[in-house]
Design a protein around this ligand. Structure first.
Ligand code: HMG
Ligand code: MG
Length: 304
């Protein structure tokens, strides 16, 4: 169906599989396989690939090879390579690896933030101050993630105003873009409306990304509502990889294949080649010995 005019004509898909997906692996994925996976995603045409995390290797041993991964990938002109950074130490490592963008990450609920980054929300903002300053000096962009924006595994319901409060702090710090995370995949479409409306006075819609997880099957419905509200940046992971080690019950991110199928079918451009994403997922599925969770992937590979 052609774009009916009420929807954006173009959307940016931020591919987070190599980071959000691989941070949660039980087994070890060899560094060369991560590099090959990222190179396949770059070739698929993503404008943004979140490649890895410069966090404590004790917290996330799965991504302890972040420097090697960044040194090994082939950088495609037109793709921005972004990484997670929790503090100044991570920022030094990220700058040494010549990343294009960093993402700081906090949350809308205190207990989750404490488990995830071992500090309070206020403490996380303090830790991000030097990170944002270093990014400014290096001339690179900063994303700011707000996790548990629709619900917390420890505290339950989260008020949209709690999300707006953290968002104001991140915007005051100078982040370029906010990514609003449904970390445990509990959001329903009406909540998306409530959160976006709480954020309307905080930042412009073109600086807001939605980061949905598909734990309860509501991610695409949430995307549709967000599109109608004017959101044009969506995070997803190829094959539906992912979860958060500090969010019990958090299954995969919204699968990139499923998101692309919806967007392209609605006449919304992304610049990403869906078949090439399926090929990247197929490659990684072979490495992991596990079928991807994406429904589009299952349909596309059923007879091949
Ligand atoms: P801490 O233990 O309080 O930190 O952890 P610390 O400063 O006391 O340092 C402890 C040790 O870690 C020290 O080493 C530091 O040098 C080292 P030691 O002296 O013991 O040998 N260290 C580091 N090493 C390398 N790089 C660094 C770094 N920082 C400290 N950057 C800390 C606090 C924040 C560092 C830790 O808890 C951490 O790294 N957490 C990251 C957790 C994480 O990555 N979680 C998953 C990502 S968030 C997510 O998935 C949600 C999202 O997808 C959106 C959504 O879905 O909602 C983004
Ligand atoms: Mg996530």
């Amino acid at each position: 169906m052609a774009n009916n005019g009420n929807m954006p004509k173009r959307v940016t898909v931020v591919e987070v599989g190599p980071r959000d997906g691989l941070q949660n692996e039980q087994g070890v994925i060899p560094t060369e396989a991560k590099i090959a996976f990222i190179d396949m995603l770059s070739a698929a045409g993503f404008a943004v690939v979140e490649a890895t995390s410069f966090v404590s290797p004790k917290a996330i041993p799965q991504l302890a090879d972040a420097s090697e991964v960044m040194a090994g990938i082939t950088r495609r002109p037109g793709t921005r390579y972004t990484v997670l950074v929790p503090n100044a130490k991570g920022m030094e490592r990220a700058l040494a690896a010549k990343v294009d963008e960093v993402a700081v990450f906090t949350g809308a609920s205190e207990t989750f933030v404490q488990h995830n980054i071992r500090t309070s929300i206020a403490g996380s903002i303090t830790n991000f101050r030097p990170v944002v300053e270093m990014a400014r000096q290096a001339g690179i962009r900063v994303r700011g993630y707000i996790s548990t924006a629709f619900g917390c595994p420890y505290e339950g319901a989260v008020a949209p105003e709690a999300v707006a409060r953290v968002a104001r702090e991140l915007v005051a710090l100078g982040v370029d873009e906010l990514s609003i995370g449904d970390t445990i995949g509990v959001a329903t479409p009406n909540q998306v409306g409530d959160v976006v409306s709480a954020l309307q006075d905080v930042t412009s819609l073109d600086r807001l990304a939605m980061h949905f997880h598909d734990t309860r099957g509501t991610a695409l419905a949430n995307v549709l509502v967000a599109l109608e509200l004017g959101i044009t940046i969506f995070d997803s992971s190829s094959g539906g990889l992912g979860g958060c080690p500090y969010a019990p019950g958090a299954s995969g991110n919204l699968a990139t294949e499923d998101l692309l199928y919806l967007l392209h079918g609605m006449g919304i451009e992304t610049g990403v080649d869906l078949d090439a994403v399926v090929a990247a997922s197929r490659y990684l599925a072979g490495v992991r010995g596990m079928a991807p969770a994406s429904r589009y992937y299952a349909a596309a590979t059923a007879t091949s």
